[in-house]
Design a protein around this ligand. Sequence first.
Ligand code: BES
Ligand code: MN
Ligand code: ZN
Length: 500
Amino acid sequence: MDIRFQNLGPEQWKGAVMLAPVCEGESLPGQPELDKAAPWLAIAPALRDFKAKKDELALLHGHPELPIPRVLAIGLGPRDKFDISGLRKAVAAAVQRCHSLGLESILLPEPCLARLPGGRERLVEEAVLAACLALYKFTVLKKPAEDEPAPPQWLALGFDGESVPDAAHAAARRGERAATAVARARDLANMPGNLLYPEVMAERAMELAQSAGFTCRVLDVPALEAEGMGAMLAVGQGSARPPRLVVLEYAPAGHEQEKPLIFVGKGITFDSGGISLKPSANMHQMKSDMSGAAAVLAAMTALAEEETPRRLVGLLACAENMPDGQATRPGDVVRAANGDTVEIVNTDAEGRLVLCDALVYAQKHWTPAAIVDVATLTGACMVALGTGLAGLFSDDDDLCERIMAAGGVGGEHFWRLPLWQDYAEQLKSETADICHAGPREGGAINAALFLKHFVREGVRWAHLDIAGVDWNSKTSPLCPAGAAGFAARTLLELGRGGVQ
Ligand code: BES
Ligand code: MN
Ligand code: ZN
């Protein structure tokens, strides 16, 4: 759907439908722009049924020949309970209604948004994002339903004055770009393991790098061997699809010498558990065990497209975790890229193995401003925090605050969990320098402590455990069931903001 702009005031606005967001108890005719754009509203007979309760939608019809023949009133609930996540949901539900009605164009009056609490530009940004994500569907592998109408071709923001304010224009573009990033991450994570494996991730990254303007290098098995990445290789060796480390670099002119902000993503294109095979129930969801890498790739692409003035590196640690005659056995000892030997007691704890080598690589080749890794790492994190909160681990309070703030922009919420050093004892091994997994209790913390072992003292580092939040079991206005694209927006906002 195209995002457009209309100005010159309500009398000039056009569209198959006008969205009219209203708070409960506030009257629909009576808002000056709506009255001017659709004067017939005042006599629309169905209007009195509309109470503007949260989630309430009412479609009102004027004469079909009018420049705006329909109004879709959107209930926002009471003004004092209004928040931006409510706006996102309301706009998304309204746009889905427009889609199912087969309406080809939508007008959203900016002055109506501007009257809501939250800040003019932010409201535009999130309304545009929500409108775009409302139409997201993973369609490439499915015939379209015969009776499904075409999606709306455009949504226009209607402005009052002679011209569209630059700030509103920029806000709309930011929202659109964020939605594209989330949709890209979802597309990657929804793609099944037979169609998306490490080499395919590398190809996608290469294509996006070329179109968005960053560089992409791919380390194949001999290159991983040369880097001494025995942990990552151990994960991939039971699969017919070889592992890949994908290295993305973005350094705009004038920022080449800057310390890069480094994103590291877990890219397990399918996680069967390996020899420590998972139970079959819901195993298919493990096609999205590369959500972290997907978020990194999507965010890097968006940041490069908008020419963010900062240096960035993205590492996608991709492998498929499968059981075969070559597979790693529980009890095997391998050598990680930092030279330490690692005892692998459970081949289903593979994410931390690909990540530890990627973390070492990040510190060997750059002096990072900060490293943020993103991973669907532990079922324990999902048990601890549920499916609405992601785990955040870092000893750096400032970095934690920035990540929580970045997440807050798009409604991705993180809860800080401790890197409780006493538990590091549990990662001691009889046979190797470190054991990669501890007891089930505190599993998310143990995994984070294993990663921390590979981060040098003084390096700013945070670990995001997105197991559980990256997948939606139910359809909602902003996301159909399946991959949520979680963390793409957070990384995008983090790249847009500070962290020097
Ligand atoms: N990819 C899984 C974690 C996961 C579980 C993500 C459920 C999303 C939903 C990870 O590789 C894994 O299997 N972790 C194990 C670690 C354990 C063996 C130490 C887990 O959490 O059970
Ligand atoms: Mn696993
Ligand atoms: Zn996994």
